[in-house]
Design a protein around this ligand. Structure first.
Ligand code: SF4
Length: 753
């Protein structure tokens, strides 16, 4: 049964751009890579435990060192791990702050209504909380079918909840990493090469001679191994070309910075393709042998000259030609980087297609210095019953069967499917949200709240009282990654590696790992056969023994390398008759997959909306010391960066009379005003048609004692979304903001009224 779900501040009543830090960027800049132990002790007095980092999703393997009193003193990288090569990024070394954050969720919480009619969270035992969750899931299963449950998951323990929810009978398992992040590039590269880019990206940056970054935050987004390889490539003389309206960290290490007009990248890409074809700079043998559609592509880009692109992008024709020739001169050791967060303007799959096409013309896919074929260890699965076959999916609860090329469940689709539609017989009714703060991760907060209001129940699993937890019916506090086992890391890489995460200390407070929670819930739901192990050590040991290792061995080494299953499938030239996993078996310059679905088989540039007078495009990005909104309360990382600022071009600052450090509120095109003011940073590093801020600040939950009210949240200002018609990605860079120089509290009340 639905209950009115007020936001509850987590409190209980009753009983219960810094510089990159690797060599080419200035060694150990800011001291970020030093030990984070305030009171260093000798390594001889410390015991190391293997782990892999959960502060971001690169999952670098390392060692957590624990002193004799049971306190974690430092974390260092595992030198045998290709994700980090023994060096953690500033966030990784600061991961201890997650454990010793006094604001952590400490015990299960259950929403209740008091005699005064007010809602509050009551501290509960695990048995009580899990009984409530299982009872709600069971009621949903009996009354509406298990398919009415959805799981939002972001993080390693989410795999265990995925297993539980599939065993329960629901296929609705989603993550912001697809529709809000890298989905368009995966769909585009799959349409072109028959395979996605994957994570970590299969880019052979180490050996590249030319790296092209388009709106990329590489360098501020510290995806560790990739940054190390970029540094190595720069040291080896690689050319870096950066396309960005902002003078980013990567731009500052580039031979070419192209300060493009925002939202016009596709025009530049088409012009580059034009130059490479017209000047016959493409890899003729490779294109002839492996690709489909060169002649049609040539005709398609005939008019996309550099002069045409100049009028759109503001990048001068001679620069477009020169950079195109530079890329071709280095080919096939050239990478037009596919990017990671690529949901910008709604035509993102097509822009990513243009990137894939350029790489194909330059012959970089499957070539040294371009893109390699990765491999991973396939750990055997313990025998369990088959998952029940769902009768419905989230798609049955939304009006049109759109986004058919989306090969993952869409987060925003799940929100849509949760809001009842009078013309449809079903809608989703229960959510479990694991490790992702949807209020910051999804655009259009109003829609997310509309969906939440329609839920029969919301369960939040997290380590911290993030904003979303305030809307939960039950909050399940997970212990941090340094206090738990998780599944073995098997991410793809050049060579297959596995890494172990084990607890370095016992879970603090009354917190539990995901494996324990899911097994307990399975027992209560009659799904115990899906968790046929006593504890996760037993499962991991069994799996490891099937591949010639053991839990005992992994506890001593942390990381283990295996042989590639197909040693020859590393570079394409070893496989003369290779068939790509596309409809034609070729690299599809002309995409039959897109044309079969009624989309343009080649990317087409269309203009995007411009800001009205006095408004500026809101661009957002990353900082090396934070991951999304999840780290802003971590005291180690908060010490390095405690709030964001809004970058404003000096011309714009002059127009508004803005001074460095002045605090302003931001108002967007829909009259939404930032909850908190943000400091102005006056800088030439941003174009005058845009502003920029680091994502993940402006928390509204007072229980995040350090992060609360620090800076502004880009997420709350992203109310306009341009949906990608191909795969349902949410284009979020067509929001525009203006400045309010005085406290708009009164104005905000008017807006809400
Ligand atoms: Fe952790 Fe940094 Fe590696 Fe991400 S890149 S997993 S934060 S060490």
């Amino acid at each position: 049964m639905k209950t009115r779900r007020d936001f509850i501040k987590i409190s209980t009543v009753g009983a219960g751009a810094a510089a990159l830090s690797y060599k080419a960027f200035g060694a150990n800049g800011l001291g970020l890579f030093k030990s984070n132990s305030a009171d260093p002790v000798s390594d001889e007095d410390l015991t190391p435990y293997p782990t892999y980092c959960e502060v971001c999703f690169w999952k670098c393997a390392g060692w957590a060192y624990v002193d004799k009193k049971g306190k974690i003193r430092k974390i260092v990288g595992n030198k045998n791990d290709p994700h980090c090569n023994g060096r953690l990024c500033p966030r990784g070394t600061g991961g201890i702050g997650m454990v010793y954050d006094e604001d952590r969720l400490k015990t299960p919480l259950i929403r209740e209504t008091g005699t005064d009619g007010k809602q509050y969270f009551r501290e509960a035992s695990w048995d009580e909380a899990l009984d409530v969750v299982a009872q709600k899931m069971d009621t949903l299963r009996k009354e509406h079918g298990p398919e009415c449950l959805a799981l939002f998951s972001h993080g390693t323990g989410g795999s265990l909840f995925t297993h539980l929810v599939k065993a329960f009978g629901s296929p609705n398992i989603t993550a912001p990493s697809f529709a809000q992040c890298r989905g368009p590039r995966e769909v585009a590269f799959t349409a072109t090469f028959g395979e996605p880019v994957l994570s970590p990206e299969r880019t052979d940056i180490r050996d590249t001679r030319c790296l092209v970054l388009i709106g990329s935050h590489l360098g501020e987004n510290m995806h560790n191994g990739q940054i190390q390889e970029m540094s190595e490539a720069i040291d080896n003389g690689a050319t870096i070309i950066t396309v960005d309206p902002r003078y980013s960290t990567a731009a500052s290490h580039s031979q070419y910075w192209l300060p493009i007009k925002p939202a016009t990248d596709l025009a530049l890409l088409l012009a580059w393709i034009h130059v490479i074809i017209e000047e016959k700079l493409y890899d003729k043998d490779y294109v002839e042998k492996y690709t489909l559609g060169l002649n049609e592509l040539k005709a398609h880009v005939k008019n996309n000259t550099p002069e045409w692109a100049y009028g759109i992008t503001t990048i001068e024709p001679h620069v477009i030609r020169k950079t195109a020739r530079t890329m071709a001169g280095a080919a096939p050791r050239t990478i037009i980087h596919p990017g990671r967060h690529v949901t910008w303007y709604g035509d993102d799959t097509q822009r990513s297609r243009a990137i894939a096409i350029l790489n194909a013309l330059l012959g970089s896919w499957g070539r040294r210095g371009g893109f390699y074929y990765p491999d991973s260890v396939k750990l055997p699965k313990i025998k369990t019953p088959p998952y029940p076959k769902p009768k419905r999916t989230w798609r049955d609860a939304v009006p049109a069967n759109k986004y058919r090329l989306a090969d993952e469940v869409l987060t925003t689709g799940v929100c849509d499917a949760t809001i009842p539609n009078p013309n449809l017989s079903c809608h989703l009714r229960g959510w479990i949200v694991y490790g992702t703060n949807l209020m910051a991760a999804l655009p259009d907060q109003k829609k997310t709240l509309d969906a939440i209001k329609n839920l029969d129940f919301l369960v939040v699993v997290d380590t911290m009282p993030m904003d979303l937890a305030g809307y939960a019916d039950v909050v399940l506090p997970e212990c941090t990654y340094l206090e738990r086992y998780d599944y073995i890391r098997t991410s793809p890489h050049r060579d297959p590696y596995i890494a172990l995460r084990m607890p370095s200390i016992e879970p603090m407070y009354n917190t539990k790992p995901a494996w324990w929670m899911t097994k307990q819930l399975a027992n209560r739901l009659g799904l115990a056969d899906y968790f046929p192990w006593k504890n996760i050590e037993e499962l991991l040991d069994w799996q490891l023994k099937q591949v010639g290792s053991s839990l005992e061995e992994m506890k001593h080494i942390g990381v283990k390398k295996f042989n590639r299953a197909y040693d020859d499938l590393y570079w394409l030239e070893n496989l003369p008759d290779y068939q790509f996993n596309t409809n034609s078996g070729k690299i599809e310059l002309y995409s039959t997959a897109l044309s079969d679905e009624g989309f343009d088989p080649f990317p087409v540039y269309t203009a995007h909306p411009e800001p009205q007078s006095g408004y500026y495009r809101l661009n957002y990005g990353r900082a090396p010391m934070h991951t999304f909104s999840r780290t802003s309360n971590n005291h180690n990382l908060w010490d390095l960066m405690d709030e964001n600022s809004v970058w404003v071009n000096p011309v714009v600052a002059g127009l508004w009379g803005l001074k460095k450090g002045q605090k302003v509120w931001l108002k967007n095109q829909d009259d939404v005003i930032s909850s908190f003011p943000v400091k102005v940073r006056v800088t030439e590093r941003i174009r005058s048609d845009s502003v920029y801020m680091v994502h993940g600040f402006g928390h509204t939950n007072k229980k995040l004692s350090r992060a609360y009210s620090r800076g502004a949240s880009d997420s709350e200002l992203i109310t306009h979304v341009d949906m990608d018609p191909v795969m349902g990605g949410t284009g979020m860079r067509s929001n525009f903001v203006t400045f309010l120089l005085e406290d708009p509290a009164l104005k905000r009340k008017e807006v809400k009224a």
